[in-house]
Ligand binder design. Structure first.
Ligand code: ADP
Ligand code: MG
Length: 421
């Protein structure tokens, strides 16, 4: 039987033309854009060759703004107009933002949701996120020297309708066609090809810069269902930096004298922490108001002063398993996501809890964007035959009316689609 290529009105008249579709991880601290090129998903670099865009927007006044690393560099100088962690505000009212007091900029309720009062007036989280998305869209269009067909954007599994709608609105404002929003843990599982693996339960452990999320997914007939989620919105790599900085200070019997001092110590601790993921010992060096601080740190010392933080993530994991009435050994794969899962102790202890090696082959800060890119490529119709991702089920059966007013059911309810009969 011949297959007919049907093209819909408004779509590309040439069915063989490849549509450029990207996956975007719109993160709390970092955002990335990825696309499938030469059959493989890869993160797209900026002009300097880096793939990570800090999720920070700096409003300079008279319509000028900085986005990404340039904005981050201004955070200490102009905190009131430099907006980081805007994802925490998406689709929320002021009363819902528990961390409001900790944020260095001023919040005020706006139409429908909280916003930030900047020197350029009220900025909604949708507008701020749109700046980040537009930067990534521009990066993608420069990479391909072409316009984008659309994007798949990832959101945390626990995002409610208002938060998802705000994310869609931000994309629209950035001139992006949203092919679909998908859950971050689902994207990570897709990046590992688990949608082609055996049916059953998978866990995704995501420890980022400021947040921790764990999700339990069930794969059935190619569809991932989120069975349970848990996390701690105030626990992440930043807390490890803080703990290590405090430890070094105590070791030297010294104190910090200003907010800028504490900021420099945290930055130095972060550098030391990241180096300790590869080295057994490093030197922590911070220039403080009362002179330079240098402290040798062994990995075992770092692990001891941050043990309670790792413990906290593991108790969240145990609670999620308990709530879902699942035993740790029923989970047949554990995906590690987030830059903080580079810490060897985190990998070891999560492996120990589940009684199996965790999956770490892919870059943990890229894995969500990579999975979104695979999904975007399939939704744009670029995937080769037989490689369609089956991610949705049809809620009602479909049939044909035959002679005598009878309906022959052809596609059963809950079948995954696309489907051919
Ligand atoms: P988010 O999802 O919150 O946007 P990421 O997944 O990019 O954030 O994680 C950022 C965190 O990962 C930071 O706290 C950073 O210090 C940490 N990180 C990055 N590389 C390493 C490393 N080599 N060792 C330990 N932590 C790391
Ligand atoms: Mg993340």
């Amino acid at each position: 039987m011949a297959l007919l290529q049907i093209s819909e009105p408004g779509q590309s008249p040439d069915p063989h033309q490849r549509r450029i579709a990207v996956g975007i991880d719109l993160g709390t601290t970092h955002s990335l854009v990825a696309a499938v090129r030469h059959g493989q998903p890869e993160c797209l670099p900026d002009a300097q060759g880096g793939v990570i865009l800090p999720s920070v927007v700096h409003y300079l006044g008279s319509g000028r703004r900085q986005i990404g690393a340039a904005a981050l560099a201004q955070a200490a100088e102009d905190p009131g107009n430099t907006i980081a962690s805007v994802k925490r505000l998406m689709g929320r009212r002021l009363a819902d933002v528990q961390e409001a007091a900790k944020l260095p900029y001023t919040l005020e309720d706006g139409p429908g949701m909280v916003g930030v009062l900047t020197r350029e007036g009220h900025k909604s989280p949708v507008e701020v996120s749109a700046e980040i998305l537009a930067t990534l869209r521009q990066r993608a269009e420069d990479s391909f020297d072409d316009l984008l067909y659309g994007a798949v954007i990832t959101v945390p599994a626990y995002f409610d309708d208002a938060q998802r709608q705000a994310t869609k609105d931000a994309a629209e404002l950035a001139g992006l066609k949203v092919l679909r929003l998908i859950n971050e843990p689902t994207a990570a599982a897709i990046a590992y090809g688990l949608d082609h693996a055996s049916e059953g339960l998978y866990a995704v452990y995501d420890l980022g810069g400021g947040t921790f999320d764990v999700s339990l997914l069930r794969l059935a007939r190619g569809v991932f269902e989120v069975v349970a989620t848990g996390g701690d919105a105030q626990l992440g790599g930043d807390d490890f930096d803080q703990a290590l900085g405090d430890w070094a200070l105590a070791r030297q019997g010294r104190e910090t004298r200003s907010a800028a001092d504490r900021q420099r110590l945290r930055a130095a601790a972060r550098v030391a922490k990241e180096a300790l993921s590869a080295a057994e010992a490093v030197e922590l060096r911070a220039e403080l108001d009362d002179g330079v601080l240098t402290q040798r740190v062994e990995r075992a010392e770092f692990e001891a002063c941050t043990k309670s933080l790792v413990d906290r993530t593991l108790s969240v994991v145990r609670r999620v398993l308990r709530d879902a009435a699942v035993a740790a050994d029923e989970v047949q794969g554990v995906v590690m996501v987030g830059g903080s899962t580079r810490m060897p102790v985190v990998r070891a202890r999560v492996s120990q809890l589940f009684g199996r090696e965790v999956l770490t082959d892919l870059n943990p800060d890229e894995v969500v964007a990579l999975g979104a890119a695979v999904q975007a490529n399939a939704l744009a119709g670029n995937a080769p035959d037989g490689e369609l991702l089956l991610l949705d089920v049809i809620p009602l059966s479909l049939g044909l009316e035959t002679m005598g007013g009878l309906v022959e059911r052809i596609v059963e309810r809950n079948a995954t689609f696309p489907v051919a009969k």
